[in-house]
Design a protein around this ligand. Sequence first.
Ligand code: CU
Length: 348
Amino acid sequence: MSDVTPIRDPRTDHLLTPQNAVVALIDYQPEQYAGVASVGHGELLANVTMLGRITTAFEVPVVLSTVYVKHGMSGTNAELLEALRGVPEIDRTTMNAWEDPDFRGAVERTGRKKLVIAGTLAVVTSVSFAQVIAQQKEKAAEPESATVDFGVLPTAPIGPAPCLQTGAIGGPADPCSYKLHHLTPEEVTVFKDGQVTFQIHGGGHGFAIYEVSKDTTRDELGQFLCSGPDPGTIADPTLHRCNLDLANANLGHNVLDGHGDVVIAVAANPTNAQTHPLNRVWDEHDRRMSAGGQQFLNGGTIPAGATSNGQLVTYQFLKTGRYLVLCINRVHFLNDWMFGFVNVVGGN
Ligand SMILES: [Cu+2]
């Protein structure tokens, strides 16, 4: 007795099958393959003719395309055309077949999700058709780059007393300073390879980026810093439980993402040391970058806006995912939740 392995559904299988794939053959015209030097023309034609015979034998739909036949170029190679047994040619005047509505429509009408492309530039590849469409839509919708204001430069009292009315407004003794410790916007989305520029505003900031799981939320992550409501939503400074709380800021904190993985392990600073790296949120493990460790970043003298002059920190995101961007000032991050997210979308 032997167990029989059940056959997977060939229409929905993740591998290529005759029931889920469509083959596109592009520009197998004598003038086109005359320019191919990476392989002998006899070999090239033998290979593609064999591919044509296989698609016919397995009844795989074929989309056959040519370019400029209507302007005098030769059609598809005769042996290949014979192997395909009557598949019509779709002639184009554009070099990019995918941009041709007839070609694209013919592929879409097959309803197949896996597209195998063979062309005379020796390109044989397979992509998920749905993925291509999704990525094109995403690329159209998401910008290549984004800008974020990192912190706020105070130019007046942050609010009525107990907010400081004179002196070091917004400084470490101002009970309303937590209202400056946020990113605007708090979350941005860019396409892969896009850059995000963070402009520093106000004093005492440092900077770091870590990757987190896609389901990581602000509210859940904040619980590992100062549990309770988001300080950004607290209007009355006396209700901010961790406000100016050095004990909380100097504690060790393990910051977990939505998967429960430790993203940042912040060492305790039991003596309130003012020396690097204990005086910062500092964990090199899996960190993408950091700035402002030894000396804080310079927030400039002009508030956010067109003429602002705060230091710029620009990072190019080469990989899709969700990224945590935080201020490494212990008070800002651990007491006041000074962090945001960058989402990076598109194919890797
Ligand atoms: Cu900060």
